[in-house]
Structure formats: structure tokens, C-alpha cells
Ligand binder design. Structure first.
Ligand code: APR
Length: 320
């Protein structure tokens, strides 16, 4: 059986890391695409040359021609510009919306059967626009945010409790921005929910609140340190986890920016929710019951995503 084909649209910091991870994990053959001439070709060759030491069987190629992504099983989109210090993800809207148009058209023409994972920010609006421009089925177009946001939450919690990250589960809902909703009630250490750990004296409510805020600001913390760009290792790893769930039909329960139509009382929009990812793409949106406070936070986040989608429609009338 031929290896799966993974097309990476955007070969910058995240794109290069995606290619390296996909090759090391032998998820398939990798095509790096970018508008910058030489960048995808150079990265493909560099990573291919790590193959003899790493001992992977995967072909890597770089291209500036969409025709080379033909028949891709998975497309991961990072094309666009990242944040600089002082910028919010929303500041990227105008520039990255135009990029989503060309990427959506390229995927529709050459890889219409792919499972598409969008990483470009502002995430929830860009994944919506990418789906609109590509016309692919909603269940095959998804945004990577929740896996990263919960990984950050899990990392901070494991530091606080001095336990393995493997035993910490975390649950983050809503848009990938300042209004994201880390849900303490559904986050656990070895199955024990965080509010119980507060009662058991493992931490205090104040410390937990600070960790939740650090999770919300997780992307900005890294932008502030790097100064010249945004996070790329953990975002790439998170998207690879989603791609693997699709390619291996793992039916993983992962928080993603998915099309929600009916669940959570929403009528057709992209926002971060728990999903099941398998061979069918987003096979299920897990509709959980929120309490009053959680619902209020989720509503605020939904409102902020809707604001960004409206802004997209104002910039590009074909989206209205
Ligand atoms: N088509 C294809 N590639 C493009 C296009 C386009 N129209 N416009 C820009 N690019 C490429 C750039 O040439 C660059 O190589 O996208 C790449 C982006 O890479 P980086 O600038 O290194 O950004 P990165 O850190 O990878 O982040 C990409 O993901 O997390 C988000 O906010 C982040 O929106 C940003 C995106």
C-alpha cells in the first residue's frame, strides 16, 4: 500500500517542524509548499538528510506549485504571518484572510479529499474562512487550538502538582484567544477533578486561577520571549496528533475548532469543542453540559469568534 501523502501549506517555523515530526513518526510522504522560493525545497532536503540517522522511510519534497499537493490525504495549513510582541492573534486577520483564499482554492483544486487542519491565526475565523473558500465538507476541515491549549494547561498543572504530564488531563473549550475557557471541573490528575484537588489541599484556588490565566496567555508568553515570531514546537506537535488520529482512524477525543451545528445550542459556526477524530474526520462533536459560570465564559468566547467572522465578511464580500 502506498504511503499516505501529507501536504504542508506554509513551510515556515511550524511547517518545518511539522515536516520533521511527520517524517520521524513515519506518518507518510511529506510535501512542503510555500510561496517563498527555496524555503520548502531547502527544508525538505535538510529533513530528508536527517533520515539516515533517524532511520525513517518517508519521502520529502518542497514546492511552490499547488499541483504537487495533488491527492494529499492530509493538508496542514500554516501559511500566513505570525504574531510579533504586542500583537493579538486578531491583528493578523486582514492579511491571513487573503492567504486563506488562495490556500482554500489550491486545496479545492488539487486535494479535495484531504483532511484539512488549519493552524493559521486568528484560528477560529481562519478555519471558517478556509472551509468557505475551499468548499470542502465541514467534517473534513478543522482547526488546531484545543490540543495545544490543553497541552499548555496540562504542562502547568503537572509542574504545580509535581506529577507526570501523562496523568494530567485537561479540557479547554471556546475560541483560541483570550476568551478561551479552560474547564477545571473536567480537568483531572489521575481521574481526580481539579476542584477536588483544591479541597484535598494539593493546590489553592488562587494558584489554580493563576494557572488558568497563564494557559490563556500561553501563546503571548512565548511571543514575548521569542520576540521575532510565535510558538512552533508545541503547535506542530498538536497538529500532528490530530493528523495521526485521522490517518490511523484512532477515534481520539480531542478538543478542536470544529463546525458546531446544533450542539452547545450553536447554529453553524467554528469554535473549540471536544470532538472525536477518526477516518471520517470530525466524527462527533461531544456536547457536554456546562454550568452557569462555564456557559457565561463560553458565550463570551463564542461572541468574540462571531465578531471575527463578521470582520472577515466585511473585508471579503464573497464570504457574506
Ligand atoms: N501561501 C503559502 N504560504 C504562504 C503564503 C501564501 N499565500 N503567505 C505566506 N506564506 C508562508 C510564508 O512564506 C512563511 O514561510 O507562510 C509561512 C509562515 O511561516 P512563519 O512566518 O514562520 O510562521 P509560523 O510560526 O509557522 O506560523 C504560521 O500559524 O500559529 C499560527 O499565528 C501563526 O498565523 C501564524 C501561522
Amino acid at each position: 500500500m502506498a504511503r499516505p501523502k501529507i501536504a504542508l501549506i506554509g513551510s515556515g517555523q511550524i511547517g518545518g517542524t511539522l515536516a520533521h515530526l511527520a517524517a520521524i513518526k513515519e506518518l507518510g510522504d511529506v510535501v512542503l509548499f510555500d510561496i517563498a522560493e527555496g524555503t520548502p525545497q531547502g527544508k525538505a532536503l535538510d529533513i530528508a538528510e536527517s533520515g539516515p540517522s533517524e532511520k525513517f522511510d518517508a519521502a520529502l519534497t518542497g514546492t511552490n506549485d499547488y499541483a504537487d499537493i495533488a491527492g494529499a490525504d492530509v493538508c496542514i495549513v500554516t501559511a500566513g504571518v505570525p504574531r510579533k510582541p504586542g500583537m493579538s492573534r486578531d491583528d493578523l486577520l486582514g492579511i491571513n484572510l487573503k492567504v486563506m483564499k488562495s490556500v482554500g482554492e489550491g486545496i479545492a483544486k488539487h486535494a479535495p479529499n484531504a483532511f484539512v487542519i488549519c493552524i493559521t491565526n486568528p484560528l477560529d475565523a481562519m478555519v471558517w474562512a478556509l472551509r468557505e473558500f475551499s468548499g470542502l465538507p465541514h467534517e473534513k476541515v478543522v482547526g488546531m487550538a484545543g490540543v495545544l491549549d490543553s497541552a499548555r494547561f496540562r504542562h502547568f498543572l503537572s509542574l504545580e502538582f509535581d506529577v507526570s504530564m501523562r496523568d494530567v488531563t485537561a479540557f479547554v473549550l471556546g475560541g483560541h484567544g483570550d476568551t478561551m475557557v479552560p474547564l477545571a471541573r473536567y480537568s483531572t490528575v489521575g481521574g481526580i477533578p481539579l476542584p477536588d484537588l483544591v479541597k484535598m489541599g494539593w493546590t489553592t484556588q488562587e494558584k489554580l486561577d493563576a494557572i488558568i490565566q497563564r494557559t490563556r496567555d500561553g501563546g503571548a508568553e512565548i511571543v514575548g520571549l521569542l520576540k521575532t515570531g510565535s510558538a512552533f514546537y508545541a503547535p506542530a506537535t498538536s497538529a500532528i496528533e490530530m493528523a495521526e488520529a485521522y490517518l490511523k482512524d484512532q477515534k481520539r477525543l480531542l478538543p478542536c475548532a470544529a463546525w458546531v451545528d446544533g450542539a452547545f445550542g450553536l447554529k453553524g459556526m467554528y469554535v473549540g469543542v471536544p470532538t472525536v477524530i477518526g477516518a471520517g474526520g470530525v466524527e462527533r462533536v461531544v456536547d457536554i453540559k456546562l454550568n452557569k459560570d462555564e456557559q457565561a465564559m463560553f458565550d463570551k468566547s463564542v461572541e468574540s469568534v462571531q465578531g471575527l467572522v463578521s470582520a472577515c465578511k466585511e473585508i471579503d464580500e464573497t464570504l457574506a
